[in-house]
Design a protein around this ligand. Structure first.
Ligand code: IVH
Length: 716
């Protein structure tokens, strides 16, 4: 069946029964397509449909189900969010206890050796015996979850609790898109067992955590009561899982990885037979569960050590937090031979990584100049090994932060390095302060170009006013332009930019495209071949997209997402450059600050000149028709508000809907797409129910306006 078939309407005049059967067939086909796509997206990490296409299929399914409500089943992808606000969670007795794992405290390679030695001893293996095979996994930093499937359908999700009894959080867990509501045996030789309890970790990705906190900050700033930001992804995930309102839980983006089993139909009742833990994990993956791709099979202590080191090195590039790795004896026969000590299996261990915090001494405080002239105080540290790398610099963010932490030269400080963020100074160890160095003060001149540095009212940062006269800003602007997400000039690194700017070979962005072999080849660390590579990557970069080009220009407040929205809205660069502040404000997510920044940028003749010269050098992209408003998620939709919402005023709710592109109407008609109803809603709600128009509460409204419309590729 093709996508077109999925949209085919039944022919006119078909009898009702046939129409129902046809609808059912289409509904099943749509669900299967959506489920398969979710599998590729969440489990294989190989998306097979553009998001916009997925949304289109999803909406067709929603429309059909609305037309034929009898055909709605709980496992439909449209039925993830639902249910009522709970008073509390019911208690669940685990069919099999949820165990914990012993932690190996020795964070060095010897930690892995200790575990292997213990296993060999307990299995009575002599020095001559073959290596033990282990499964090595990540130790996810979230919370343990037990998912119970009966006849392939998710029937219950429970937290670990004390291991014997946990809490029933099914409603919230159903909203996690990577958790299948229904299992399929399509990809596996094995049938899904009648009872299957999958154990795994619910966690929050770091980027999802950041955007959740960003949203929370906006809600706090908007004066919404009872909102807070979260300290780390694990706390945010735990809070979301224990949300009593499933509507709110649905807005907290959670993910899931499977790593084990609970209760399963036994082999003598037709259940699966597995020889190894790894084999079992692969079956779970085939049935639809995400299993981390780093999961591996290794031999003996040397295999464990190599895994520990490999994951340690890539830990910061993972999109989520881990706090170590887990080693498990692979053979299930050996696992049962080893058995348990109290609540911990003897066949598994968690092996942690060294702390992310260390103490060291501040040798100096320097001030660095960023792309937009921002001056950042940076502590120069006595080199220290933190979380797997040697750190020599830690940011102090700005003058206020440096003073708040009262960091002075000579101080002993605690340095933290988490994720792929820049190391930062957490605090000063005051007991170790030997002498009182003077307070840190921000220079009032740029340390690079001597221009005046000013701190605007209400801003935390000092900025160099030198603009592109300042070589530090010029260098950063070039690196920004060249980065992978902008013009993607592969071979233009910071060392080369330093040389080009310092030697006066490149003054502005267009100069990059005027470089010649004869200029490049004699530079330090360059040779004919590498110079040719630079020229080739420059030439390749000329063929680009409008969003990449716009982002690359480094206009203040214009990030990648805004650049895409602008490109789509205006279609061409000339239309964008000609737009007034009012016209700019029509673009999704563009507020006064961004609009003003864009206008100021394009009002400067010098910036227009840069753009023209870049075009003259051959930088080009395809331009499309302008599609104003089309990228707003609710463009073309009409909603009606009625009753009193718990936290939002009528005006706030209206603004939110309009900001997402929707129209807000005063009365309900067949053309209404949805009704947002609060307490004491009256006739409008009745009419909506009579007409079968979807009714949402406040949480539903929040979810609606936050649903991302549009696609995410870089095209215009
Ligand atoms: S196995 C039979 N594997 O760590 C042992 N646990 O104390 C059952 N965790 O809170 C756990 N990643 O949620 C296992 N790959 C992994 C894990 C993992 C994280 C968590 C688990 C529990 C704690 C174990």
């Amino acid at each position: 069946m093709t996508t077109a078939d999925l949209f085919a309407e039944p022919s006119e005049g078909e009898p009702a029964r046939a129409a129902l059967a046809a609808a059912q067939a289409r509904i099943l086909a749509l669900r299967q397509t959506l489920q398969e796509h979710a599998y590729r997206y969440y489990v294989l990490d190989e998306p097979s449909l553009p998001d916009a296409e997925y949304d289109r299929l999803f909406q067709s399914l929603q429309a059909l189900e609305q037309e034929f409500p009898d055909l709605v089943t709980p496992d439909s992808p449209t039925q993830r969010v639902g249910g009522q606000v709970l008073e509390g969670f019911a208690t669940v007795r685990h069919a099999r206890p949820m165990l914990s794992i012993r932690t190996e405290t020795d964070t060095q390679a010897s930690g892995a050796e200790n575990f292997d030695a213990r296993i060999r001893r307990e299995l009575g293996l002599g020095t001559e015996a073959a290596e033990v095979e282990y499964v090595t996994e990540l130790k996810f930093d979230g919370l343990a979850m037990s998912l119970r499937y009966e006849n392939g359908f998710l029937v219950q999700a429970a937290t670990r609790g004390d291991g014997e009894t946990g809490e029933d959080v099914t409603q919230n867990i159903r909203t996690i898109p990577s958790i299948p509501l229904a299992l399929t045996s399509n990809r596996s030789a094995r049938a899904v067992p009648a009872v299957l309890e999958v154990r795994g970790e619910v966690y929050m990705r770091r980027d999802d955590f950041e955007s959740l906190n960003e949203r929370q900050r906006q809600r706090i700033a908007a004066g919404l009561k009872g909102e807070k930001t979260f300290v780390n992804p694990r706390n945010a995930a735990a809070g979301a899982v224990r949300q009593l309102d499933p509507g709110i839980a649905a807005q907290r983006p959670l993910s899931f990885f499977a790593y084990g089993l609970g209760d399963v139909t036994p082999p003598d009742a037709g259940g699966p037979v597995w020889q190894s833990h790894y084999e079992m994990l692969m079956a779970l993956r085939d049935w639809g569960f995400p299993v981390a791709e780093q999961t591996a099979c290794v031999q003996g202590a040397s295999g464990l050590i190599a895994y520990h080191q490999r994951i340690g090195a890539l830990r910061d590039t993972l999109p989520y937090d881990i706090d170590g790795v887990v080693y498990k004896v692979n053979s299930l026969a050996l696992q049962s031979q080893l058995g348990f000590v109290t609540r911990e299996p003897r066949w598994a261990v968690a092996h942690k990584y060294p702390a992310q915090e260390q103490m060291t001494v501040v040798q100096a405080i320097e001030v660095q100049v960023g792309r937009t002239g921002k001056l950042t105080p940076v502590a120069k540290l006595q080199p220290v090994f933190v979380g797997g790398v040697t750190v020599t610099n830690a940011t102090l963010h700005n003058e206020d932060e440096a003073r708040r932490k009262d960091v002075r030269v000579g101080d002993t400080v605690v340095v933290r390095r988490a994720g792929d963020v820049i190391p930062e100074v957490v605090s000063v160890v005051l007991e170790k302060r030997l002498h009182e160095a003077p307070w840190f003060t921000m220079p009032h001149q740029c340390p690079v170009c001597d221009s005046l540095a000013v701190r605007e009212e209400g801003e935390a940062d000092y900025r160099c006013t030198g603009g592109l006269f300042c070589s530090a800003q010029r260098k950063q602007a070039m690196l920004h332009f060249a980065q992978r997400r902008a013009m993607d000039i592969e071979d233009l690194g910071d060392k080369l930019v330093d040389q080009l700017v310092d030697a006066g070979l490149v003054q502005s962005l267009p100069d990059l495209y005027r470089l010649e072999l004869a200029t490049l080849a004699p530079l330090e660390r360059m040779a004919e071949k590498s110079a040719q590579n630079v020229l080739a990557s420059l030439a390749r970069s000329k063929s680009t997209t409008l969003p990449r080009f716009l982002f690359g220009l480094g206009i203040r407040h214009v990030g990648e997402a805004t650049a895409k929205d602008l490109a789509r809205h205006f279609g061409s660069l000339d239309a964008l450059m000609a737009a007034s502040v009012d016209q700019l404000l029509q673009v999704r997510d563009v507020g006064p600050v961004v609009a003003h920044s864009l206008r100021t940028f394009f009002d400067q003749p010098h910036n227009r000149e840069v753009v023209e010269q870049l075009r003259a050098c051959g930088v080009h992209w395809a331009e499309g028709p302008p599609t104003p408003g089309a990228n707003l998620p609710l463009a073309g939709k009409t909603y009606v508000l009625t009753g009193t919402l718990p936290t939002l005023s009528r005006e706030q709710a209206k603004e939110m809907l309009e900001a997402a592109g929707a129209k807000v109407a005063g009365s309900v008609s067949k053309k209404t797409h949805g009704v947002i109803a609060g307490a004491e809603a009256g006739s409008k709600l009745e009419k909506a129910l009579a007409l079968g128009i979807p009714v949402l509460d406040e949480a539903g409204l929040m979810a609606l306006v936050q649903s991302e419309g549009g696609d995410s590729d870089g095209s215009t």
